[in-house]
Design a protein around this ligand. Structure first.
Ligand SMILES: [Zn+2]
Length: 349
């Protein structure tokens, strides 16, 4: 199956009332782990690469691996997404490679660190939307600023400094025409999201619900949504790691989000922890081992297990066969004719 437009994948998720996990990849084993889980659970899937991942894998290696995944798994719809594009040029280069979706994170300036103004964000996002939609490619924007730093990208902080303002979210959706909107509700990137199980004072699900009520036709995206389960932290620490106690986003909060317009859920840390724990266990308990396959195989299996749990919890499991992919050229025609227009003033009618 050719790579699928992320917009189609999210439209189908909205129809079915489920969320789709977006899992980050840097190498072959991670892509294989996601595809093992997708096959096992019959799930459509979003695979995403950050700028750091693209640099690590020299772009073409990673993209060819995704094409291999699509070829080897003809029954699984796969969208390939640029995570946190920092500029028009980054998004353009992803589209040139064949990515079917890009995130233009205009909430930060091009340095990926400094919060931008609302007008700067609207301007660069609108430019990417025009370019991408002409080519049938999906665009995710971001309004509000997430906490933490990942792969050198992020404003830092706890995530409570720039919570999304629902009025601004509506104006942003109207002026940019994005297909999906990442919002800041107190989550952050990386392992250290919360210093205790989060409640409403730090994880603003009420803000998410308020945004969904104002933008019922916009697909919402939760970033920094690893659950950071204690079992995974324990394995790392049991075999020589030294992670400090930390809490992620509880699955039930993500599920509440999915009942309120969240269609894409970004998960990276949980997979990193699963792989690292499995690798540590082999190296710690069998120090005579030196063939990378001896630890990469269990690492891949550990990640596949987490991904398959998330696919089930988010509700995407069982939905791989629900639809046939719309060719990207047809998506481009749909944007041109206005059929795929999601601006609130249009979509409400
Ligand atoms: Zn993110």
């Amino acid at each position: 199956m050719p790579l699928v437009s992320m917009r189609q994948l999210l439209d189908e998720a909205a129809k079915g009332g489920y969320g789709v996990g977006a899992f980050n990849v840097n190498d072959m084993e991670q892509i294989q782990a996601i595809m093992m889980a997708a096959r096992q659970t019959k799930s459509p899937v979003i695979v995403q690469a950050s700028r750091g991942a693209r640099a690590f894998a020299e772009d073409l290696y990673l993209f060819k691996l995704i094409q291999a995944a699509a070829e080897l798994n003809p029954d699984i719809p796969i969208a390939m997404h640029q995570d946190h594009g920092n500029s028009f040029e980054t998004c353009k280069s992803a589209i040139a490679l064949g990515y079917t979706s890009v995130m233009m994170d205009g909430s930060l300036k091009e340095d990926g660190k400094t919060p931008s103004t609302f007008e700067e964000n609207v301007e660069v996002t609108r430019r990417v939307v025009d370019y991408a939609h002409e080519r049938g490619v999906t665009v995710e924007g971001e309004i509000g600023v997430l906490g933490g730093v990942e792969d050198g990208h992020g404003a830092g902080g706890t995530g409570l400094e720039h919570i999304t303002d629902p009025d601004q979210a509506v104006e942003f959706a109207e002026r940019t025409g994005v297909d999906a909107l990442a919002i800041a509700i107190g989550t952050s990137h990386g392992a250290y999201k919360f210093n205790k199980k989060p409640d409403g004072s730090v994880l603003k699900m009420d803000v998410l619900i308020a945004i969904h009520n104002r933008l019922p036709h916009t697909h919402l995206v939760m970033h920094g949504s690893s659950s950071v389960p204690k079992e995974l932290q324990d394995i790392v620490n049991e075999y020589g790691g030294s992670l400090k106690p930390t809490w992620g986003v509880p699955i039930e909060e993500i599920q509440l989000g999915i009942r309120n317009g969240v269609r894409k859920v970004n998960v990276d840390t949980d997979n990193r922890l699963a792989m690292t724990g499995a690798i540590r266990k082999v190296l710690w308990t069998q120090p005579e081992k030196f063939d990378p396959r001896d630890y990469m195989k269990p690492a891949r299996e550990a990640m596949a297990k987490v991904v398959s749990e998330r696919m089930t919890e988010f509700g995407q499991a069982g939905h791989a066969g629900d639809y046939t992919p719309i060719p990207i050229s047809e998506m481009a025609a749909g944007y041109k004719s206005g059929k795929l227009d999601t601006r609130p003033s249009v979509a409400a009618h």
